[in-house]
Design a binder for this molecule. Structure first.
Ligand code: AP5
Length: 219
């Protein structure tokens, strides 16, 4: 199954991807994570996109498509979660062609519906382990033991530079202005469903599981 998780910043796409990954049935491609890794390693690509990401703007479609092409060339499984991609109509159309060349297609797009007011609250409390990247929240997903990562026992934590409130507002704006056409694109293909992402993580997880099951993929 090729699954696309679609939704605004902070709607919980990464959190739900992590749950799906735990089933052992998927691999996860997050374009945000891929880009942040390039920035962290200060690669030529990372240096090109760092400023754009810091401002909360979208990275150019051509860069995204090159990243995705590279990922697909290295992957043998056909069960992939795409998190945060595609985000523009150009990306969606180019993605369809790219998958078509491999006799693949997007099977399901899940839209994470959430009231925009909730996003700032979620993003402003987000932090992650600097060793393994596992994501937490000051209120909604606390560390089990203060100062120690539940997953890898790391002791250093970071907050994303683009999670500052002014940048978040821009990211939400970018999302609103570019994504409606993408939704229409997948709606016309009849593969778009939605979950109520304003619920607690366990409830969202169940909704997502139901969506997958109705699409013929049990986890
Ligand atoms: P990216 O990293 O993709 O960021 P995003 O889409 O803005 O999404 P986030 O990672 O902020 O949120 P999320 O939905 O994963 O939420 P999470 O699960 O962490 O993109 C970053 C940048 O890269 C972009 O701005 C752009 O510059 C560039 N980029 C990436 N892809 C691109 C593309 N395709 N085209 C162009 N540019 C691209 O949850 C958030 C917090 O809430 C966490 O603390 C979590 O613990 C908590 N939480 C999660 N679920 C719940 C819940 N149900 N209840 C309560 N709390 C919850």
């Amino acid at each position: 199954m090729i699954l696309v998780l679609f939704g605004p910043p902070g709607s919980g796409k990464g959190t739900q991807s992590e749950y799906l990954l735990q089933t052992g049935k998927f691999i996860h491609i997050s374009t945000g994570e891929l880009l942040r890794a390039e920035v962290k390693r200060a690669t030529p690509l990372g240096m090109r996109v760092a400023n754009i990401m810091e401002k909360g703007e979208l990275v150019h479609d051509e860069i995204l498509m090159a990243l995705i092409k590279n990922c697909l060339s290295e992957i043998s499984t056909k069960h992939i979660i795409f998190d945060g991609f595609p985000r523009t109509l150009n990306q969606a159309e180019a993605f369809t062609c790219m998958l078509d060349d491999k006799d693949l297609k997007v099977d399901l797009v899940v839209d994470f519906k959430i009231d925009l007011d909730q996003l700032i609250d979620r993003i402003s409390g987000r932090f992650s382990c600097s060793d393994c990247g596992f994501v937490y929240h000051d209120i909604y997903h606390k560390l089990s033991v203060e100062g120690i990562c539940d997953k890898c026992h790391g002791t250093k934590f970071v907050r994303r530079i683009d999670d500052q409130s002014e940048v978040v507002k821009n990211r939400i704006q970018q999302y609103l202005s570019s994504t409606e056409v993408v939704k229409q694109y997948y709606m016309q293909k009849g593969i778009m469903v939605s979950v109520d992402a304003s619920n607690d993580p366990e409830t969202v997880k169940l909704s997502l599981k139901n969506c997958l099951s109705q699409a013929g993929f049990d986890i």
